[in-house]
Design a protein around this ligand. Structure first.
Ligand SMILES: [Fe+2]
Length: 240
């Protein structure tokens, strides 16, 4: 079993990453530094600050823990073990979290005494795999090292793809869930942001036009290219 790095003080690590500016916590004295001063003076422009956790259900307890903790080496840092709550039919459960770096975690629910329902069996198709977790590494060398590590531990790498702004490897966990590790290959440029806005605007307008005409939702990306091109020409034509 891979243990968390003994040299890491996880309390300080998490306090500094997850609660920046928090008063130093007092362990075991009823204080965790969560209700920090100044919280009432919330800035007018709210922003999110990254992912705390994503969570999915599992019916493979041992395999899931061994995969994330031992194969991937993500420290197991928290587990809620609770009796059923809320709805009368809510089973007892475990809700456990693995540290995926930079104050992010990946979490699972294990519902005791239940069978996996058909609608939650992960089918390895493009549309099911659209729900996936993607982690960031800081360099291509790290990406290749992750590839080596995983393949060396018997995890098949399904793809390694560079697509526009990120190069990624893809694999599956014991639940069949699609997992990605990627490294940014170039910065996001103002042109990317303008292009994204233009593409979405063209797609929404074209789809609304089709729906109004009784033609149904968008069928082919070509229609978006054409609408986007027309919008761009109009913009350029209107430019001084
Ligand atoms: Fe992705």
């Amino acid at each position: 079993m891979t243990k968390p790095d003994e040299s890491v003080d996880y309390w300080t690590y998490w306090t500094e990453l997850a609660l920046p500016g928090a008063a130093a916590p007092v362990r075991g004295a009823g204080g965790r530094g969560i209700g920090r001063a100044g919280e009432s003076a919330v800035a007018e422009s709210l922003r999110l600050n990254g992912v705390h956790h994503t969570a999915r259900p599992t019916w493979k307890l041992k395999e899931t823990v061994e995969f994330y903790r031992d194969t991937m080496g993500l420290p197991l840092i928290h587990c809620v073990s609770a009796r059923g709550w809320g709805a009368d039919n809510h089973p007892d459960f475990l809700h456990f979290f693995f540290d995926s770096g930079n104050a992010s975690t990946i979490a699972f629910f294990y519902y005791l005494g239940t069978s996996q329902p058909e609608h939650l069996i992960h089918h390895p198709r493009y549309d099911s795999d659209a729900t996936h977790t993607a982690w960031r590494v800081e360099s291509r060398a790290e990406l290749l090292a992750w590839r080596d590590r995983l393949e060396g531990r018997g995890v098949p790498i399904m793809y390694q793809i560079e697509h526009e702004i990120v190069e990624s490897i893809y694999f599956r966990d014991p639940n069949g869930y699609f997992i990605e590790i990627g490294t940014q290959v170039r910065p996001i440029l103002p042109l990317d942001i303008a292009d994204a806005e233009l593409t979405m605007r063209a797609a929404i307008e074209e789809e609304q036009r089709r729906l109004s005409a009784g033609l149904g939702r968008l069928q082919h990306v070509e229609a978006i290219y054409q609408a986007k091109g027309a919008a761009l020409e109009a913009l350029l034509g209107a430019a001084p």
